[in-house]
Design a protein around this ligand. Structure first.
Ligand code: ARG
Length: 273
C-alpha cells in the first residue's frame, strides 16, 4: 500500500473571540469555565502542525460576536474550485455564513448559495468519488440533492443518530481515497450498512475515541492529525501504516469542536483533490 501525503490548502479562523456563551450541541455548557487564551495557543499549535506537514494555511479574519467562527469547516464546501456557501440551523451562527462567503468570493472561487440548512464540511466529506453527507441534526436532507447537482459527485446520505455526534465530521473521518474511520453507533442501521458496503476495510472507532472527538481528524493520506486523547484510534491508525500526530484542543472541545472542525479544505481542482 502506498501512503502518499498530499499537500493541502486549508482555511482556518483564529479563535480571537472564542467563548461558550450559548449551547447548540450537548458539548456546550455556558456555565463551565473556558480558558480563552489557552484556546488560542492550542489553535496556534494546530496551525503550526499543518505548516510543519507542508500544508498551506490561509486565514479568515475573525468577527467579534461570533464565538464559533473558529470552526471553519462549517464555513462552506469547496471542491474542484467551486465553493458552496452555508446556511446555519441556529441563529447564533447565522452571521458567519456571509463572512465566509465573502472570503471565498474574494479568493476567486465559483460561488453557489445554499437553498437549505447546510453546515458545510462539518457535514459534507469527499471520500474518493463519493460525497458523504450527514443529516439528522444540522444539514437538511434536502441540501444533499443540491450538493450533488453543484459538485457532480454522487452524494451518499448518512443518517446521524447520536446528538453528541451532530456533525458528520464528529463521527467519521476520511483517511484517504479508499479508507475512512468511523463510529458505527453514531449512524442509523441503514447508514451503517451503506458504510460497510462502501468501505469494507474501514477502521471502526470505539465510543471512548469518539467521546474525545477522536474522529474529528485531518488526514493528508499519510499523516493523521487527531486529538491526543484518542489513543486507541491512533494505535489502530498506526497499525494501518498512518503516522499519527496528536494535538490537544481541550478548550475548543468545550464548544464541541476538534481539529477537523477548525479546518476547511480548499480543493482547487482534480489535481489537488
Ligand atoms: N459550537 C459549534 C456548533 O455547535 C461547533 C461546531 C463544530 N464543527 C464541526 N465541524 N463539527 O455549531
Amino acid at each position: 500500500m502506498t501512503m502518499d501525503a498530499t499537500s493541502q490548502r486549508l482555511l482556518m479562523c483564529r479563535p480571537t473571540y472564542f467563548a461558550v456563551d450559548y449551547a447548540i450541541n450537548p458539548w456546550m455548557d455556558p456555565s463551565a469555565p473556558v480558558d480563552a487564551a489557552l484556546a488560542v495557543r492550542q489553535w496556534e499549535q494546530l496551525r503550526q502542525t499543518y505548516l510543519d506537514l507542508g500544508h498551506t494555511v490561509e486565514e479568515i479574519t475573525p468577527v467579534p460576536g461570533l464565538p464559533d467562527m473558529v470552526f471553519a469547516a462549517n464555513g462552506g464546501t469547496v471542491i474542484d474550485g467551486k465553493a458552496m456557501a452555508v446556511q446555519f440551523r441556529d441563529p447564533q451562527r447565522a452571521d458567519e455564513a456571509p463572512a465566509y462567503r465573502a472570503w471565498f468570493e474574494a479568493a476567486g472561487f465559483e460561488m453557489y448559495d445554499p437553498k437549505h440548512v447546510n453546515e458545510g464540511e462539518g457535514d459534507v466529506l469527499l471520500a474518493g468519488d463519493h460525497l458523504l453527507a450527514g443529516t439528522g441534526f444540522r444539514t437538511a436532507h434536502a441540501a444533499h440533492a443540491q450538493l450533488q447537482e453543484v459538485f457532480g459527485y454522487p452524494v451518499v446520505t448518512m443518517q446521524l443518530v447520536d446528538p453528541r455526534f451532530y456533525h458528520l465530521d464528529t463521527a467519521l473521518t476520511v483517511l484517504d481515497e479508499r479508507t475512512v474511520a468511523y463510529l458505527p453507533e453514531a449512524f442509523s442501521p441503514g447508514s451503517q450498512a451503506v458504510l460497510r458496503r462502501l468501505f469494507p476495510d474501514a477502521v471502526h472507532a470505539t465510543m471512548a475515541d469518539a467521546e474525545v472527538l477522536g474522529l474529528n481528524a485531518v488526514s493528508d493520506g499519510r499523516h493523521v492529525v487527531l486529538p491526543a486523547q484518542a489513543t486507541d484510534l491512533a494505535a489502530k491508525l498506526r497499525d494501518r501504516g498512518y503516522e499519527t500526530i496528536g494535538v490537544d484542543l481541550s478548550e475548543l472541545r468545550k464548544a464541541g469542536g476538534g481539529p477537523k472542525c477548525c479546518t476547511l479544505r480548499l480543493r482547487q481542482g482534480k489535481a489537488s483533490k
